[in-house]
Design a protein around this ligand. Structure first.
Ligand SMILES: C[S@@+](CC[C@H](N)C(=O)[O-])C[C@H]1O[C@@H](n2cnc3c(N)ncnc32)[C@H](O)[C@@H]1O
Length: 311
């Protein structure tokens, strides 16, 4: 790997800081704290909320945002491989495969990342990910499973361990390992298709991340109802990236329970590339507020449902 891969960037910044001495580092920390936590995180918070609500009422959404990344949310992945897998498998009969449905999968990075994390954490677990996206060209790309250096390395959380477990090298590029490719299938599907529950069978884990905020409110609501119809009675939903008020309303309506596991860290990790003036973007999300009574529901990205058979 070259000397300036995505893996190197944080180290480079830390080394530069170290070279500048302790006084510089202290002043820098104070400056960052005042700017991020005090000014943008507290003083401008009410203004940001009002501006964002106004923007949500008028913004044109686009279903052509396809940004994705390998290993984008490592803490959420720990929730998946830890408490969530335990929740979904602890009552299933021996030998039953864990079924995962993933929508809006873009070029496949998220599906292969989840498959790699599950295989590493649970080598004996039988699971399958059925992934889909609105755009057929992305589906072809995901099936090919061949990525450039930039497509693989551009996100700062990528680790050498993840790379080694997920890819074989192919010249200057990366190809997903055959064992992982066998665990994932891809097809074209729209989340707002009224017949979605006839195309797919209900699953243990349903994933639709960073897509609902690209739909207008009515379409996002229809998509959410589709997702809930695809949950088995005991199942989990991963839903990072949707309007927070809508999430509170719809998860309550469907009696979905937010997983508290590292909720704040997962939310903050999902905002790590958000400009400080987050309210200027319809897909922006406010900083985590410990003052909200519904904070786990509002900021949570992982929800569970455990209905009795009669439900
Ligand atoms: C920002 S990307 C998110 C990709 C991935 N889920 C992630 O979090 O990294 C949004 C994806 O949603 C897809 N998309 C947009 N509208 C959709 C719809 N109605 N049904 C299914 N996928 C859709 C886009 O094609 C795009 O790949």
């Amino acid at each position: 790997m070259g000397s300036q891969s995505a893996v190197d960037y944080p180290d480079y910044e830390a080394r530069t800081d170290l070279a500048r001495g302790p006084v510089y580092r202290l002043l820098r920390s104070i400056y960052r704290f005042l700017k991020h936590r005090v000014l943008f995180g507290t003083l401008l918070y009410p203004y940001g909320m009002l501006r964002h609500q106004a923007l949500l009422r008028s913004a044109d959404r686009s279903q052509h945002h396809t940004y994705t990344a390998f290993y984008r949310s490592p803490i959420q992945l720990q929730a998946l491989t830890g408490p969530l897998t335990a929740f979904c498998t602890d009552r299933s009969p021996p030998g039953r495969r864990l079924e995962i449905l993933q929508f809006a999968c873009s070029n496949g990075a998220e599906a292969y990342t989840m498959a790699a994390a599950l295989m590493q954490a649970h080598p004996a677990l039988d699971f399958h990910i059925e992934a889909s996206d609105l755009h057929q060209d992305l589906v072809h790309k995901a099936i090919a499973a061949r990525y450039s250096r930039d497509e693989v390395l551009h996100h700062e959380h990528i680790t050498e361990e993840f790379l080694a477990g997920t890819f074989d090298r192919d010249g200057d590029g990366f190809v997903v390992k055959p064992g992982l490719r066998a665990r994932v299938s891809f097809s074209q599907a729209s989340l707002i298709d009224p017949a979605l529950d006839q195309r797919f069978r209900a699953a243990d884990i349903v994933v639709a991340q960073n897509v609902l905020f690209h739909l207008d409110r009515a379409a996002a609501q229809a998509a959410f109802e589709n997702l809930v119809r695809l949950l088995r009675p005991r199942a989990a939903l991963l839903i990072e990236g949707m309007d927070l008020d809508l999430k509170v309303m719809l998860t309550r309506r469907h009696q979905l329970v937010p997983l508290r596991y590292r909720c704040r860290e997962i939310h903050e990790q999902s905002r790590s590339h958000m400009p400080l003036a987050w309210w200027r973007y319809y897909y922006g999300a406010e900083p985590y507020s410990i003052l909200r009574r519904d904070r786990f529901r509002r900021y949570g990205t992982v929800f569970t449902r455990a209905l009795s058979v009669q439900d």
